[in-house]
Design a protein around this ligand. Sequence first.
Ligand code: HDE
Length: 702
Amino acid sequence: MRPEDPKQRQRDAHRADDPASGPLTTDQGVVVDHTDDSLAVGERGPTLLEDFHFREKITRFDHERIPERVVHARGAGAYGFFEPYHSCAEFTKAAFLQDPSVRTPVFVRFSTVQGPRGSADTVRDVRGFATKFYTSEGNYDLVGNNFPVFFIQDGIKFPDFVHAVKPEPHNEIPTGQSAHDTLWDFVSLQPETLHTVFWLMSDRAIPRSYRTMQGFGVHTFRFVNAEGRGTFVKFHWKPKLGLHSLVWDEAQEIQGRDPDYNRRDLWDMIEAGHYPEWEFGVQLVPEEDEHAFDFDLLDPTKIIPEEQVPVRPIGRMVLDRNPDNFFAETEQIAFHTANVVPGIDFTNDPLLQARNFSYLDTQLIRLGGPNFAQLPVNRPVVPVRNNQRDGYHQSRIHSGTNYSENSLGGGCPAVAGTADPSAFRHLQERVDGRKIRKRSASFQDHWTQPALFWRSMSDWEKQHMIDAFRFELGKCVSMRVRERTVEQLTLVDHDLAAAVAEGIGVDLPERRDATPQPAPSPALSFENMKGDGSIATRQIAVLVADGVDSAQLAAVRDVLETAGGAVVDELAAHDGNVRDTDGAAHPVNRALPTVASVLYDAVLVPGGPDSALSVAADDAAVRFIRNAYRHGKPIGGLGAGAGVIGGLALDGIRVAGEGDGTVSDRGVVTDLTSGGSPEDFGRAFTEAVAAHRHWGREPVNG
Ligand code: HDE
């Protein structure tokens, strides 16, 4: 039994009572006996206008779409809960951050940014990570991304940035891609974009799964405690499974093989009971330290390095329920950065200030009027009492007066008394100044933090970034755009600029990078975010054929699935069954032609000489293993299966004599010479799978 969840109770009350039996009716409830032919004059004559059923059916169909989100149009979402580890009363009075025994329902929507609703999931892009907390004090929305920084500093530039990154206006190309002239033109002219562009060129921009990416609130917000004391706060979500991404070559292939890759993964894992989980963390800065940094806390293009201000874990979020209806819930959810609760407040970050205008405005057009908060997914779980009633799509029947103050309605709803602690009160920040349009001098360093990011990357991460810059700029037609971008890169790191310049046919620039360069922040590298060594939910492909050693395979599966929590799929040239070494029927999960190695995290070739021989002779199976190898994935071989891998002569791999049940530095694990038990092998393979990727194989991005 799940604990009582007020949001689920509310959803249940909103469920359509579509009758399980009874005839089809019109919207007016009139019974219909025929819906396949329109009313016409004779069998071959014209359709009649009086066919109200036909007209209603078509009209309703014509109006089934609402405008998609102008950005973040493609998304996937789920319900779940948040619970704090301990009370955060010292810093905030927010009710949902006080009591570890209180679970707050949430809905999270993940999204890509550039592409339309129907675009592919695995594009190089920022991912949205928006959370609506249905708290006991009203809705709180943390509308974040999977990068901790943003492309621009002031919201007034958002339309320019979005126009530049979106498909170009004359031909609406490219879809879901940043590799085009207008984006890089903008980047090369606006160095404030650079830091986020560095994140965009990293593997952070191609997450393996929504379940394995971080989330960030981006802006500096404020916590406010019961005494009215403010503390600056940055919000972080850390995935329990660790941070894992795709490689670019793989991401591109998945766009064709399974454009719904990330969406499907989220859905399937929740359906299977593998509930994704994130730890919620905060970086706290006392108000008096506002100016203690060499960047401005109000500048959304900057991070506070975790080494400088550690992330304190304060709670966890679990997503454990898929929506019932994509349109009603995932599409109609309306986030708004200004949806805050007592204890959380804004700062003067000019990007945040603009967002506080934009999100309400956009919902008015997208959801067709001002009553969208009545939609079930948007409704708070606490009472709503106010005088805002009329307008499109009012779905409730209010009675009584609709103005304040009133005496005729008994004075209801009355405002909370000044002593009522449950009311939201803005932090009384003192602000003096002249009305000006001017960027603060404290916002002007656009190069140190990209350098910090670059210098924090491991060698393979740097190589992937160089490849990404070369790919993106190599797609730009304008040589001037390429040159100007490289000029900007020289201000960050000369070696990077030189490597990119060489790949895109631009003259090698002079060394201009600033010294001293910032000290690396290890927390930024994938190398330090691998998770807890678990292989839970990793997808492992096992290539089988007639003659598979099913007893040995069962023992290994036991380690991987029962102990490790991995998801194992057995793939053969055809669906149905193969025969095992004893001639018994051995079930297959998927036919090889319907899948590809890019859809799995690891591949295993089990023993049984006949099975191994058939795998080695099957082009699709061999391609599968080679691709897994190219993409840095763990590869396992058992018995004769190890021989198959050895036989492929994968670059630099010696299997025979080396496969002793331990993890090789290239993530190839076999039991060939060890005589090791399947259990030993299972454990060693588990270690290789936990590492997720094994770099040092080249080329990985080819
Ligand atoms: Fe958004 N953004 N944004 N954004 N944003 C929207 O709201 C906007 C920004 C983010 O799953 C829109 O309902 C402006 C930063 C997410 O429904 C729109 C500015 C961050 C989502 C809008 C920003 C985000 C949106 C489009 C600069 C990360 C998807 C439809 C001032 C911290 C939410 C909608 C969902 C969506 C405006 C910048 C994240 C137009 C004006 C920074 C995750 O209102």
